[in-house]
Design a binder for this molecule. Structure first.
Ligand code: ACO
Length: 349
């Protein structure tokens, strides 16, 4: 049986560091509030015109490809996860294919927000296991700084997010003791509007009975994008933070236990848990609930904020670069986010 192994991993974060105190110039907030609620001290923001979600993905991909010992021309499939694409369409996958002068291979974009990278990894894993492809590039990248409301009105969302990218190259291995052991994908659309960016979109207020704040003006629903939407700041993400928190602390442990149990393991067997960097308080809650030690969980949200689809590959890459993940280690990736969707992957490094 073939298994997918991570043959190369890379990450890229923009140079520009934005501290909590820097945000005070734009909104009524404080370093204390942000650190206490989220654990975040600083995040990176991309160069406004010279960097995009794709260009950051390209930088991470170059490192992953080099570390896999191959060239961009050896890649035979791309899966690109993001919620902040360069264009509404086409997706970032084709822009990356062009930028890296790859062959005319397939390029698939995944729009699963915070769980996007684990979903993308799972898709790639199926193609490797069936023998269809031999070198799949999986990327998670975000340029959040371009699409957030940095006034006091949007502070509950905008202080949380940062920019960056991570990438892995998946290859087949006949060694059953290495690679991705299983992936687990879930969704519950009942709460789709709790963490969402409604506009621009084709909803035409169709889901207005869900009674979320962005549906208050009937005329807005008649348009894909209107002046009124911009005037009312309805082109920015909406988040009911406490509701997200409550669901996340249930679903994170659930999917981690599902992955462990399916493979005959328990939390104490884990060498490293890489949780999606949503909020340090969520990660700490999950750690406590599963009885994991500090050495078993890797967090870097303090430095980068929540980078959504990029957060897991960035954290995984950093943990590996720091020598915290070694060959043979049991590693769990787990994510939860908008949709709601949540996902887990268990692998032997
Ligand atoms: N600075 C200062 N005050 C703020 C800020 C800010 N940046 N944002 C909100 N506030 C104020 C609110 O206006 C409110 O004031 P009020 O009591 O006068 O009305 C007060 O702080 C409390 O607001 P809440 O939204 O209830 O704050 P809460 O304690 O729940 O913390 C937070 C908000 C951090 C978003 C929290 O709900 C949370 O972590 N939720 C999980 C969501 C999450 O992690 N999202 C990440 C993206 S989704 C994902 O990746 C899974």
């Amino acid at each position: 049986m073939l298994r997918s192994i991570i043959a190369g991993i890379g990450m890229y974060v923009p140079e520009n560091i934005v501290t909590n105190n820097d945000l005070i110039k734009y909104m009524d907030t404080s370093d204390e509030w942000i650190q206490e609620r989220t654990g975040i001290k600083e995040r990176r923001f991309a160069h406004r015109t010279e960097e995009t979600t794709t260009t950051m993905g390209v930088e991470a991909a170059k490192i992953a490809i080099e570390r896999a010992g191959i060239t961009p021309q050896d890649i035979d499939f791309i899966v690109f996860a993001t919620l902040s694409p360069d264009y509404y369409f086409p997706g970032c996958g084709v822009l990356l294919q062009r930028a890296l002068k790859m062959k005319e291979i397939g390029a698939l974009d995944v729009r699963n927000q915070c769980s996007g990278f684990v979903y993308a990894l799972s898709v790639a894993d199926q193609f490797i296991k069936t023998g269809m492809y031999k070198n799949i590039l999986v990327v998670g990248a975000e340029k959040h700084s371009f699409g957030l409301d940095f006034s006091t009105r949007g502070r509950n969302v905008s202080v949380i997010f940062g920019d960056g990218a991570g990438a892995v190259v998946l290859q087949p291995s006949a060694n059953e003791n290495r690679g991705i052991l299983s992936t687990h994908l879930h969704s519950d659309g009942e709460s789709a509007e709790i963490l969402a960016m409604y506009n621009p979109g084709t909803h035409a207020n169709h889901w207005a009975d869900k009674n979320y704040a962005f549906f208050d003006d009937a005329t807005i629903g008649e348009m894909f994008m209107s002046h009124s939407m911009i005037d009312h700041a309805q082109n920015f993400p909406f988040m009911d933070g406490p509701s997200v928190f409550k669901k996340a602390v249930v679903k994170f442990p659930e999917v981690i236990m599902e992955a462990l149990q399916q493979n005959g393991y328990q939390p104490s067997d884990l060498n490293m848990l890489i949780p999606h960097q949503a909020n340090l308080r969520i990660a700490q809650f999950v750690q406590q609930k599963l009885g994991l030690t500090d050495q078993q969980v890797y967090n870097n949200i303090q430095k980068y904020g929540n980078t959504t689809a990029a957060s897991i590959p960035i954290a995984l890459c950093e943990a590996w670069q720091d020598g915290k993940i070694k060959q043979g280690d049991l590693v769990c990736l787990a994510a939860f986010g908008s949709g709601f969707t949540w996902a887990g992957a268990l692998l032997k490094w």
